[in-house]
Design a protein around this ligand. Structure first.
Ligand code: OGA
Ligand code: NI
Length: 338
């Protein structure tokens, strides 16, 4: 199964072995040690027994399919707004401009954030506001399913954040303060890869190489292989390994804010999605702290010999820039609006 593309697919079909954190494990030291090893090594691990039932996960996937099966003109009525809520069409996102020449990702998506009513003062914040919802007549029960998932996934993320805090020698609730996950920015993103065959040498990807922006991402996928990670982005050639889906598990990865927080001790690893011709669905849940949270080097991650590598930055400032760098300007879609 070898090919000779210059872009890193020349490796054999290699599947990564990731540590698995069992959230029902009462031996917290064991979980901390497994997680720490994963965060130092590649920033990716599985989480199982997380409390969200398989039955409910199946329902979320079924509702995600219902949305993407709508005709394009129906989906364009739900087009994402400047608050990053709603539908993102195929090619909307360009994650890896160096390698994705003139095209974007071959995926469509749907963003659902923290629901904040228009008349709430918090709705002025860039990542807070009302969501875009399909009408109940179009997709019955859809909003309820997604709101429930949003809520339950946040609890999973908080449980993982406790273990991360311990692994960084912080107090267990370090990330649970109001200015962090007490009032977080958390975004659910449904994704649909339409079955395009990726071709790295032509710059065609399901999702281009990127690292996530925030604290952590929880990812649920169907059973179609596609996600790849690159543990060393500076290696030439880059080595890409597949992450195999495990039924019922979340694949969890660390984001760039945690890398900054931890002074690069914990890794936010480059990853991408290659299409193999099969349709694929995944559900990402991006967890970031409060808008005003100052992401600055943790006390346990610096010393005289190892000073902070990054200046402190406000979460919302950082996140706004990252979205701007990777998403098509909304004015491109003006021709679709009536
Ligand atoms: C992402 C992402 C992977 C996937 O949305 O940031 O990396 O398998 N998704 O869809
Ligand atoms: Ni990602």
């Amino acid at each position: 199964m070898e090919n000779n593309s210059k872009n890193g697919t020349d490796a054999l079909l290699k599947v990564s072995t990731l540590n698995c954190i069992d959230l029902s494990n009462l031996d917290i030291h064991q979980s901390v040690s497994l997680l720490k090893q994963a965060c130092l090594d590649c920033g990716f691990f599985y989480v199982i027994n997380h409390g969200i039932s398989q039955e409910f996960m199946d329902e979320v996937f079924a509702q995600s399919k219902n949305l993407f099966h709508l005709p394009l003109n129906e989906k364009m009525k739900l087009l994402r707004n400047e608050k990053h809520r709603g539908y993102t069409p195929v090619l909307d996102e360009l994650l890896d401009p160096d390698n994705q020449v003139h095209v974007g990702d071959y995926k469509e998506g749907y963003y659902i954030g923290v629901e904040v009513p228009e008349d709430d003062p918090d709705a002025e914040k860039p990542f807070y506001g009302p969501n875009v919802w399909p009408e109940d007549g179009v997709l019955p029960g859809w909003r309820q399913t997604m709101e429930k998932f949003h809520h339950e996934a946040l609890e999973v993320a908080k449980a993982v954040a406790r273990i991360i805090a311990l692994a960084l020698d912080l107090e267990v609730d370090f990330f649970h303060k109001p200015e962090m996950l007490g009032k977080p920015i958390a975004t659910l993103r449904l994704l649909h890869y339409e079955g395009q065959v990726s071709n790295p040498s032509k710059g065609i990807y399901g999702a281009g190489a990127h690292s996530d922006y925030g604290l952590i991402t929880l990812l649920a996928t169907d059973d179609v292989m596609g996600l790849q990670i690159c543990k060393n982005k500076d290696a030439k050639p880059q080595i890409w390994e597949y992450v195999a889906p495990i039924k019922g598990a979340f694949i969890v990865n660390l984001g760039d804010m945690l890398e900054r927080w931890s002074n690069c001790i914990f890794k936010s690893t480059l990853h991408r999605v290659l299409g193999n011709g099969q349709e694929r669905y995944s559900i990402a849940y991006f967890v970031e702290p409060n808008h005003d949270c100052l992401v600055e080097c943790l006390p346990t991650c610096k010393s005289e010999n190892n000073p902070p590598k990054f200046p402190p930055i406000r979460c919302a400032t950082y996140l706004s820039q990252r979205y701007k760098d990777t998403h098509t300007d909304l004015s491109v879609y003006d021709k679709h609006q009536t």
